[in-house]
Design a protein around this ligand. Structure first.
Ligand SMILES: NC(=O)c1ccc[n+]([C@@H]2O[C@H](COP(=O)([O-])OP(=O)(O)OC[C@H]3O[C@@H](n4cnc5c(N)ncnc54)[C@H](O)[C@@H]3O)[C@@H](O)[C@H]2O)c1
Length: 402
C-alpha cells in the first residue's frame, strides 16, 4: 500500500524542493504522486506537463476528481495555510502545511481542530531537523556526547542591507498592516531556528524575552529588521536567537555542553565542527561522510562521528537521487504518508505550533518592553490581536473564521 499524495501550490519552494522530491519518491515506489494544483492556471498546466500528472487550478476540483487522494501537501503562502488545510481536512484528507504552520496560534488551532473533527492527521513541513547533518547532531546530543547542554544559540543574518544614515529604531507596534506572502523574520526563518533550538536543548521553553526592531523609515515595511531573544528552557539551558537584515552581523549556530560543543559558522554546509574535552584540552573530533552518485546526484550514504561510542547516521534515502537538503523534504512527505497509511501521528505535527508559539512570545515580549512571556501561551496575545484586527480591517472578515 502506498499513500496517494497531491501537491497544492506550485510556486518557488514547490518547484525547487517538494515536486522533484515527490517525483523521486514516486519513482522509487514510496508514494503515488497523483495530482497537483495551483490557482495560477498556466503555472499549474506547465508544472503538470513537466511532472506528467493531472493538474488543476482549483483544489476542490482536484479533490472531487481524485477521491483516492489521501494526503495533500500545501505549499502556499503563510496566511493561507489554515484556511486551505481546514478545507482539505473537511474533505477527509490528511494535510501537511509548509512552515510556519499559520500566522497566529488561533490560526494554528483552526488546523488542529479541523483535523481532529474530521479524523485526519496534520504534519508541518519543518524540514531542517530532518536533514542528515541535523539528525546526526541531535543524535550526538541525545547520546550525551556533549554532556549537559547549557547554551544553544542561533545568530542568523539574512540579505543584509545598509542601515539608513540616521538609524531611528521603531518598535514593532502594528506589525503587519499588509497580508502578503511573507511573515517577519522571527516567523519566516525563525520557525526553523526556534525548532532547532528546542531540538538542541532537548527541552521545552518556559519563558522568552525579546526585542523586535524596525529601523527602516519606509512605512510600507511592516516587518522587523532585527530581533534578539533569550529563551529559558525547562532543562536549565539558555537559548539565544538573533536575526537581522541590516548592517554587518555574524552568522553562527552554537551548542555548548559540559563535555564539549559545536560552533558552526556554516550551518547550511555539511561539516559538523565538533570539539570535545579530552583531559585538560579541547580537541577536534573527526567526522567522516560516505557518498555516492545516483542518477547524477551526490547522495549521502552515512555520517560517522568518531566519538566513543561512534555515532552513525544512515541516510534512509541513500538509494534515491535525493540530495542532503531534500532528505528533509522526503522525510516530511513520508511522515504524513505513513501517518495516513498506518493511522499513527506524524513525526512533527504539534511541533509546528510550538515554533509559532515561540515566535509569538518574542513579538509579545517586544511589545511589552522585553518583559518575559511565559510558555505555554494560555490566551491570545496582544500581538496576535493586533494582527487579527489588521486583517479584519483590510479584508472585512475575521482571519480565523474560514
Ligand atoms: N521549508 C522551507 O525551507 C521553505 C522555503 C521557502 C518557503 N517556504 C514556505 O513555503 C510556503 C510557500 O512559499 P511562497 O509563499 O514563497 O511560495 P510562492 O508564492 O512562490 O508559491 C505559492 C503558490 O501557491 C499558489 N496558491 C496560493 N493559494 C492557492 C490556492 N488557494 N489554491 C491553489 N494555489 C494557491 C500560488 O498561486 C503560488 O503559485 C510559505 O509558507 C513559505 O514560508 C518554506
Amino acid at each position: 500500500m502506498k499513500a496517494k499524495v497531491a501537491v497544492l501550490g506550485c510556486g518557488r519552494p514547490s518547484q525547487k524542493w517538494h515536486l522533484p522530491t515527490m517525483r523521486e519518491l514516486a519513482k522509487r515506489g514510496e508514494i503515488d504522486f497523483v495530482a497537483l494544483c495551483d490557482m495560477d492556471e498556466p503555472l499549474a498546466r506547465k508544472t503538470g506537463e513537466t511532472y506528467g500528472v493531472p493538474w488543476y487550478a482549483s483544489a476542490e476540483r482536484m479533490l472531487d476528481k481524485h477521491p483516492d487522494i489521501s494526503v495533500v501537501d500545501i505549499v502556499t503562502g503563510d496566511p493561507t495555510h489554515h484556511g486551505i488545510a481546514k478545507m482539505i481536512a473537511e474533505r477527509g484528507r490528511h494535510v501537511m502545511v509548509e512552515k510556519p504552520m499559520a500566522l497566529t496560534l488561533p490560526c494554528c488551532d483552526v488546523i488542529i481542530d479541523a483535523c481532529r473533527r474530521n479524523g485526519v492527521h496534520f504534519e508541518v513541513a519543518e524540514n531542517y531537523f530532518r536533514m542528515p547533518k541535523q539528525r546526526a547532531i541531535v543524535e550526538l546530543i541525545r547520546a550525551g556526547i556533549l554532556g549537559d547542554v547549557v547554551r544553544v544559540c542561533f545568530v542568523e543574518p539574512k540579505a543584509q542591507r545598509s542601515f539608513e544614515q540616521k538609524a531611528t529604531h521603531r518598535g514593532l507596534t502594528r506589525p503587519f498592516s499588509k497580508f502578503g506572502a511573507y511573515s517577519g523574520m522571527c516567523m519566516d526563518m525563525g520557525a526553523h531556528r526556534l525548532s532547532q533550538l528546542r531540538f538542541y536543548a532537548q527541552s521545552e521553553p518556559t519563558q522568552i524575552a525579546g526585542t523586535v526592531r524596525r529601523y527602516r523609515s519606509n512605512p510600507d515595511i511592516v516587518h522587523e529588521d532585527w530581533a534578539h531573544a533569550l529563551i529559558d528552557f525547562e532543562s536549565g539551558a539558555v537559548g539565544i536567537y538573533e536575526t537581522s537584515r541590516l548592517g554587518e552581523a555574524p552568522k553562527y549556530c552554537q551548542i555548548a555542553g559540559t563535555l564539549g560543543g559545536i560552533l558552526d559558522t556554516d550551518y547550511f554546509g555539511p561539516d559538523i565542527p565538533l570539539r570535545l574535552r579530552m583531559g585538560e584540552e579541547m580537541q577536534d573530533i573527526p567526522v567522516r561522510t560516505e557518498r555516492r552518485r545516483i542518477d547524477g546526484v551526490d547522495v549521502l550514504q552515512r555520517i560517522v562521528v568518531h566519538t566513543d561510542p561512534e555515532i552513525v547516521y544512515e541516510n534512509p534515502f541513500r538509494h534515491c537521487a535525493i540530495n542532503d537538503w531534500c532528505v528533509g523534504h522526503a522525510s516530511e512527505i513520508l511522515s504524513i504518508a505513513n501517518a495516513a497509511l498506518k493511522d499513527e501521528p506524524p513525526e512533527y505535527g504539534i511541533g509546528g505550533r510550538k515554533d509559532v508559539e515561540m515566535a509569538m512570545a518574542i513579538y509579545e515580549s517586544s511589545l511589552h518592553g522585553m518583559a518575559p512571556v511565559q510558555l505555554p501561551i494560555k490566551s491570545m496575545t496582544s500581538y496576535e490581536r493586533a494582527l487579527h484586527e489588521d486583517f479584519e480591517r483590510q479584508y472585512g472578515r475575521p482571519i480565523d473564521k474560514v
